[in-house]
Design a protein around this ligand. Structure first.
Ligand SMILES: Cc1ncc(C[n+]2csc(CCOP(=O)(O)OP(=O)(O)O)c2C)c(N)n1
Ligand code: SF4
Length: 309
């Protein structure tokens, strides 16, 4: 079914205004896009581990969610939603519940790539019917911008500082989307907040999947990436154009690019406006930039091959 902006604007927002996320935060955009894809007449239960999204939307006694919300510890949101989904299935089987429910996790990259990784993998392996959404801002933002497994090589964070003996983060990021796909689940996709139509289409597929689904959504953070707050959508777009964050999906094992790249732009165009990479443009650090470009080129080549097979 085609997605019409005219209809979307009439839908009730399930994450309301009045939360305390920064103006220009990519995470709230990602969440609203996903929730716009919820089928009509279903109830939704979401669970969020600690992170900017969770702490800023649930400050007691206020709550910005119009769907059921469970707070969980940083490491076990996926385990929590697994338990709830199992209870739901048991109650449905006994005839004690007849309504249709969907179960969602919204986790940051710290809570997904690193600390919640075992619970995330367990949910996928056990086959729970739940949608796991990683709003990915490539660092632990809520506690002051520490590097995560999603942080790019060479990026400045408070735990990957640059100086005489370091040029920022020393490791390439983990490829979580591919790791999720390796669980052979019905649906996995990589999305980004600038392309709302693509994200909502993917979220609809995720909600329809008869088993686990994963959405890894790039959600830029101006505090941590150090760009002017009104440029979040532009940063997301540049990430896709430079192929550091290509948009694709893996549906029942079939890989497919969902946004064509007419001409791959140099990574420098994406990095230059971001303070977290500013040191890489200083004399002596050119090699780091080249290594990151090499990594991105290799990954992009591999992805194109996977999508062509
Ligand atoms: C087990 C555990 N370790 C550390 C913390 C402290 N902590 C709270 S939020 C957070 C960062 C979350 O990062 P991420 O999941 O990437 O979400 P973001 O803040 O970027 O939205 C940390 C380290 C915690 N709550 N629990
Ligand atoms: S610090 Fe970043 S992730 Fe956290 S609320 Fe602000 S913009 Fe969003």
């Amino acid at each position: 079914m085609a997605i019409k902006l005219k209809e979307l604007v009439r839908q009730k927002e399930l994450l309301t205004g009045g939360h305390r996320l920064c103006a220009g935060c990519g995470a709230s955009v990602a969440v609203r896009q996903v929730l716009h894809a919820l089928p009509e007449n279903v109830h939704a239960v979401t669970c969020s581990p600690t992170g900017c999204l969770e702490v800023s939307t649930t400050i007691y006694p206020y709550n910005a969610w119009r769907i059921s919300f469970i707070h969980s510890a940083f490491e076990n949101a996926a385990a929590t939603i697994s338990g709830v989904e199992t209870a739901y299935r048991a109650l449905k089987k006994k005839g004690k519940i007849s309504e249709d429910f969907r179960f969602i996790v919204f986790g940051g990259d710290g809570g997904t790539y690193d600390i919640g990784f075992q619970a995330f993998s367990g949910l996928l392996e056990r086959g729970h019917r739940a949608v796991y959404v990683c709003y990915n801002n490539e660092a632990y933002m809520n506690t002051g911008i520490q590097r995560s497994g999603a942080t790019q090589f060479g990026a400045w964070t408070t735990t990957s500082p640059h100086g005489d003996s370091s040029a920022g983060k020393g490791q390439n990021r983990k490829d979580l989307t591919a790791i999720a796909a390796a669980h052979n689940i019905p649906y996995v996709a990589q999305a980004a907040v600038h392309n709302w139509r693509d994200t909502i289409t993917k979220a609809r597929k995720a909600f329809q999947a008869d088993g686990p689904a994963v959405l890894n959504i790039l959600a830029p953070c101006h505090r941590g990436w150090r760009y002017p707050m009104e440029q979040t959508i532009e940063m997301s777009k540049l990430a896709t154009q430079s192929c550091i964050w290509p948009l694709y999906e893996v549906e029942n094992g079939t890989w497919r690019l969902t946004a064509k790249i007419k001409e791959k732009t140099p990574l420098r165009d994406y990095m230059k406006p971001q303070g977290r990479f500013a040191h890489l443009f200083k004399p002596g650090n050119e090699g780091v930039l080249d290594l990151l470009q090499e990594f991105v080129d290799e990954q992009w080549e591999r992805l194109q091959q996977q999508c062509a097979e």
